[in-house]
Design a protein around this ligand. Sequence first.
Ligand code: HPA
Length: 280
Amino acid sequence: MDFDAAAYRERIRLAADALRAASPVVPEAAIVLGSGLGPLADAIGEPSVLPYDRIPGFPKATVPGHEGRFVFGRLAGRPVVAMQGRFHHYEGHDIHDVVLPVRVLSSIGVRTLVLTNAAGGMGPGMAPGCLMVIDDHIGLFADSPLRGANLDEFGPRFLDVTRAYDKNLADLAYAVGQSLDLPVHRGIYAYCKGPQFETPAEIRLLQALGASAAGMSTVPEAIAARHGGMRVLGVSCITNLAAGLSSKPLDHEEVLEVGRLAADGMIRMLTAVIGRMGGA
Ligand code: HPA
């Protein structure tokens, strides 16, 4: 069906009301937790939880390892909200549903979006267990969340994504990661539609294009966030070597397991970043 902008706006409005009711304080930052990174929400102090199924018009999360709720509270003393569970295009969600939470967060006044994900490493040094601060992305091959009638109240029809990821936040995250002695790199995230992992030939293609890691999320959300004028920090947890780069078969359980092991470093890094970041 064609994108129904009026119905979509109404869903954003209803969900925004539900979030405002759950948290009188506007979070300074929202953190979207990728596969296996859900435990990050446990680091949030004074938590208050809003399950997605209590939000009118919200999509339903279906992926194992993604819980499906907002956790409001404090990280490094600052008001934040974490999304435990996100929506992926490969689950069958419409691309506008994938970014509905970002639209809602943007409408309630959240100015900074931190997107985390699990990704397969293909660039130099991108070994399982390391973190990658995202400098840029390749998303050419997938549907845009801005497709259809433009939501003028958020941003322009033709969005400039020269700097999709905020340079100051990326520099800060990388510096913090290094100072904590974490295995941290910077690189380019290639958005792959999934849900199948890539073929070795696809990975060779992406390497030739300059990609450092492949994953199945983040890019639509980053685009919608920029459209709404939010600043974006993206951090990948490299959970496996991308297809063809190791003799082991790829498997979601391994992605979750490595994600869990790396979650601690990710938590320490993001807590320090949130504590040190300036206003928007
Ligand atoms: N490819 C795509 N998405 C992923 C991968 C991968 O190798 N690992 C974790 N998410």
